[in-house]
Design a protein around this ligand. Sequence first.
Ligand SMILES: [Zn+2]
Length: 348
Amino acid sequence: MMKAFRRHARRERAASLVEVPVPVPGKNQVLLKVSHCGICGSDLHAWLNHPGYESVLPEVTFGHELSGSVVSTGPDAGDWKEGDRAVMIALQASHDPNDRYCAEGLPQLSPRRRVQGLHLDGGMAEYVCVEQEFLLPIPDGLDLQLAALTEPLSVAEHCIANRSSVGPGDRVVVSGPGIIGMFCALSARSRGAEVILTGTEQDETTRLSAARTIGFETLLVGHGHPPLHEQITAYFPDGADALVEASGSAHALADSWQSVRPDGVVTAVALYSRTIDFDLTQFLRKQIDLRTSYASSRPDYLRAFDLLSQGAVDLAALTRTYPLAEAGQAFADSENLQVMKALLACSD
Ligand SMILES: [Zn+2]
């Protein structure tokens, strides 16, 4: 038997630590002993049974941001062998050359995609079975705890490298200092951009102070503060080359055109809980390229490995690690913005 943090009903906060059988790897599958598993914003939404998460199974073990070591393999599980270290690709669409999104290297957009940890059992457990094509070997020298951040960092890499046209010397605003915003800022900085992170009063204690610890300029926006576009002129007099909206605030996206220079880029990487009323003509008159960025694919994970291996991510400043037994507390702390990124240590 093993411990797993499992949802047991389609209700708010209906998840707990339970004892379940250790899964047995089937054809194409690998059994991993989970080292660490992160709590993602989507895990929080699923845990809180928010609208938009109806597809999450009523009974499922959460967790898609995991690292671990191979314990055993089923038939046809490729070259994987005991002791190999791996991370899991979270959004999974088995390769099909007739699927145009596979052919274009964007399997995360395939209508066949699923998320392990929402649509089948995930990694907030001592062990997890993963189909071998969705595993990536962790580079030598990168530790398992840090490697558990590969998935969220890959989402930022996709946003910055593929969807935001950020290059050396660019002036970038990242709106929203959650972990995806923070990782987008790190990814942009690694490309030689000058980056400013923005957040609200409620972000100040944990998130914006963490951003300053790792060397970012921060600005406060929202009630009682001047609008972002007024504050930004002190740093970027002509406006930002790119603005990445990672907060999920409808206002922040609607007003973004004011802080971006003509012919600049706005990329939305957050999920918005309501429809957004915005004045497209204002974007048009500045010919701002308004884009979205969703999830990530294999090459983004590989670049995330590189960033982690280079020491770009300060684990102590950005994460707090909880034993798997305290998963409920880790979810509550994440909900209350007490922690940037909660990691569960699953095999102590
Ligand atoms: Zn995630």
